[in-house]
Design a protein around this ligand. Structure first.
Ligand code: SF4
Length: 341
């Protein structure tokens, strides 16, 4: 009897696509109320990080194929890359976003994925990843990424300590040095509803605008199995004030210190007369209430349920929606504050 040869199984790299991405790329069929315009691809499995809100956190008991509300079926990397690049050629997908969980070899895995995607398409590629130093950011950009996003998530150190693992000081230092070394190629994510005040979030947004770091604003979405499973999403009126703040600061129409707050850090004035705000914030296409972050990132149903409250509109608003959102926002500000600007 011949000897049995034991072979080491060859690991076939896998990409997890958000379920909407899989449909748009032609790898799955389902009816989509709103299609993603960016291909969202998760690389890696359970994360060694321990964010209190994340389904992939090491202490999370949530399903392994979830990130926020979205399911992420797995496909062979080559197959997924070819399907995504065809969808980019057809202009139905206009960006690729790799969301990388932290673990052994995660940077090399991300670099391989960027190279694979870049060999097939000219579409912008961003990578949301935890890195130990600026050097890895350089390697990702060198491989063909257009932007590297270091998700700090928390508005301030107090909230970071309560909801994230790792060092606030290290991530802040990295964001600053990366923004200097790679201007306009660095982004971050901020989550509203982790326990910060609106003042703390507005200060964080101003800081990233000043550093020329792109910000994507998200609402806490409690997921079963995570440490924040029983937390509440942020009140919609608070989220709208922060979306408007982000938009005004990013458009360089206001600065954080022009805004006014009550004693609990709630925004009561956006520092402009009502009519000016109405004019500035009512564009249904360039609306503060659409998903923010990288161009063409719309993340449908990442923070919301179909038919439920919309935190980030994944599409242009209708004229009626735009008018109604701005009027509701203005009504949530202190009426007396308008006469003092
Ligand atoms: S803003 Fe959107 S496309 Fe950009 S890194 Fe964040 S999730 Fe990805």
């Amino acid at each position: 009897m011949g000897k049995r040869v034991l072979r080491t199984p060859i690991e076939v790299p896998q990409w997890r696509l958000s379920s909407g991405t899989a449909v748009v790329a032609g790898l799955a069929t389902a009816r989509l109320d709103c299609a993603p315009t960016t291909a969202y691809v998760m690389l890696g499995e359970r994360c060694s990080g321990d964010c209190a809100f994340c389904a992939q956190a090491r202490s999370s008991a949530a399903r392994a194929d979830l990130l926020s509300r979205v399911a992420w079926p797995a496909y062979g990397a080559e197959h997924a890359a070819a399907a995504i690049s065809s969808a980019c050629d057809a202009n139905v997908l206009r960006r690729i976003c790799f969301q990388v969980t932290t673990g052994p070899g995660h940077i090399d895995r991300a670099i391989d994925a960027v190279r694979t995607a870049r060999s097939l398409t000219d579409a912008p590629i961003c990578v949301s990843v935890a890195v130990p130093s600026c050097e890895e950011i350089g390697r990702l950009l060198g491989a063909g990424a257009s932007r590297v996003t270091l998700a700090i998530d928390a508005a301030c150190e107090r909230v970071y300590a309560a909801t994230k693992s790792g060092s606030w000081a290290h991530v802040r230092m990295l964001l600053r040095s990366a923004a200097q070394a790679y201007p306009r190629q660095i982004g971050t994510h901020l989550i509203v509803g982790l326990g910060e005040t609106e003042l703390e979030m507005a200060c964080a947004l101003q800081d990233y605008v000043d550093l020329d770091i792109a910000t994507g604003l998200f609402a806490l979405t409690p997921i079963a199995g995570t440490r924040l499973a029983s937390a509440m999403p942020p009140p919609l009126d608070a989220y709208r004030r922060l979306q408007a703040t982000r938009w005004l600061l990013t458009s360089r129409l206001a600065r954080q210190n022009n805004l006014r707050y009550d004693g609990g850090g709630r925004i009561i004035s956006l520092g402009m007369p009502r009519e000016r705000l109405l004019q500035a914030l009512s564009d249904p296409v360039d609306s503060p209430f659409r998903t923010s972050g990288c161009r063409d990132c719309n993340r449908p149903y990442y923070n919301e349920r179909p038919g439920g409250v919309i935190y980030n509109y994944p599409r242009p608003l209708t004229d009626t929606e735009a008018q109604a959102e701005v009027r509701t926002l203005l009504d949530s500000l202190e009426p007396a504050a308008f006469s003092q600007v």
